[in-house]
Design a protein around this ligand. Structure first.
Ligand code: TRP
Length: 381
């Protein structure tokens, strides 16, 4: 079955596709927090699939004036970023870095709306209305506020101590409700994200159904379509220092991450230091028992758009060192054009910021139409 047919016939709310052709008139939407320049986890785990969707859409709908061309929106979630305190100056800069990273990896602002969440005030307007139909019980079960507030996964609002509760801010607790507003504001039908977002997308579908039921639009039709999740083919890129953990910018050991503009020398150094295993004999691909090796093969396969098994065949390493050198070379070569483009864009921040400014204006036009419809349904106008 072709990817296009897979999307059309999908009954499930969660799709797993390497390449996706969106149906006519659909809307793909996703966002990323402005944590700065992307690492390989951000890139292979999410943003690369945005670029793939964009390119597939361009091939399937060559005439950009065709009114049925799927709409693509990719945003910087700067309001979400504030749920963990940020220095104002660095927030501004990391936002520009994130936009430059998006553009450097191939997001084309003539095909996608690249925007900044805080510049579209309708996000917070819809967020408030959705918060009035979102049960505290559901939010209470979400895992993210617990991990970000350094609370145990089994913690519940009702049994957290008074002092733990004072440190838990409302914004962090309500984070998923703002995310639901982001998605629904554009009547999004497909949301390409990394696996860690699956719980947020489930809650979004729940809020969507609750709102639609309570506040039908004109002609009693539901206002919001149900958004489906699309998982990137590489759901999780692991830390190079500890393959059981996600690759994360906040890792104190900076060789745990590879950033998209890293030099070949830095990539080689990080990969050479990567924790694998001491198993003798042939190198094999086994994501369960050989996580470190599997992570290296998966990173290379994500860059090459092939399978980890194929990468292993191509490199044909006789030992761990040959595997690492082969993987480092694939990553360095694959990222070379991204690095060049990123460096060029960072010297032209006026252009980068202007892309986000113009994208935010276009996003606002769409958002205003939805909000008018929502306000009417709720009885606010
Ligand atoms: N929570 C997402 C993350 O941390 C970012 C995000 C915010 C998002 N709003 C969204 C992703 C809407 C998809 C759709 O990566």
């Amino acid at each position: 079955m072709s990817a296009a047919a897979a999307v059309r016939s999908a009954k499930s709310t969660v799709l797993e596709l390497a390449t996706t052709v969106l149906p006519a008139k659909s809307t793909a939407f996703s966002m990323i927090q402005p944590t700065g320049v992307f690492h390989l986890g951000n890139y292979l785990g999410a943003v690369k699939s945005w670029v793939d969707i964009q390119n597939q859409t361009a091939t399937a709908f060559p005439n950009s004036n065709d009114p049925s061309v799927p709409r693509l929106l990719f945003g910087i979630a700067d309001l979400h970023a504030l749920t963990i305190p940020k220095d104002p100056k660095s927030l501004r800069f990391t936002r520009s870095q994130a936009v430059a990273s998006m553009l450097a990896t191939g997001i084309d602002p003539s095909r996608c709306i690249v925007f900044q969440q805080s510049q579209v005030p309708e996000h917070t307007q819809l967020y408030w209305l959705l918060s009035t139909v979102t049960g505290m019980g559901y939010l209470n079960r979400m895992t993210q506020w617990k991990s970000k507030a350094q609370l145990d996964e089994s913690t519940s609002l009702t049994d957290a101590s008074e002092s733990a509760l004072s440190k838990l801010h409302l914004g962090l607790f309500a984070y998923p409700c703002l995310q639901a507003a982001d998605i629904l504001l554009y009547k999004s039908t497909y949301v390409p994200v990394g696996e860690d977002q699956s719980q947020h997308l489930e809650l979004t579908r729940h809020i969507c159904a609750t709102f639609n039921k309570k506040y039908p639009g004109a002609d009693k039709k539901p206002i919001f379509p149900e958004p489906k999740t699309i998982f990137a083919p590489f759901k999780k890129i692991s830390s190079l220092r500890d393959p059981s953990k996600k690759m994360s910018k906040s890792d104190p050991d900076q060789t745990a991450c590879i950033y998209i503009p890293d030099s070949p020398a830095r990539i080689q150094k990080a990969i050479r230091r990567a924790v694998t295993d001491s198993q003798q004999g042939p190198i094999t691909y086994d994501p369960v028992t050989r996580q470190g090796i599997a992570n290296l093969l998966e990173m290379a396969s994500g860059i090459l758009q092939t399978t980890p098994q194929q990468v292993l065949k191509d490199i044909a390493p006789k030992d761990h060192k040959e595997l690492k050198d082969g993987v480092a070379q694939i990553i360095a070569e694959g990222l070379a054009p991204v690095r060049t483009e990123y460096e060029r864009l960072m010297k032209d921040l006026d252009y980068v910021d202007d892309v986000a400014r113009r994208g935010s204006l276009r996003a606002r036009e769409i958002a205003a139409i939805t909000m008018a419809e929502v306000n009417r349904a709720v009885g606010l106008n």
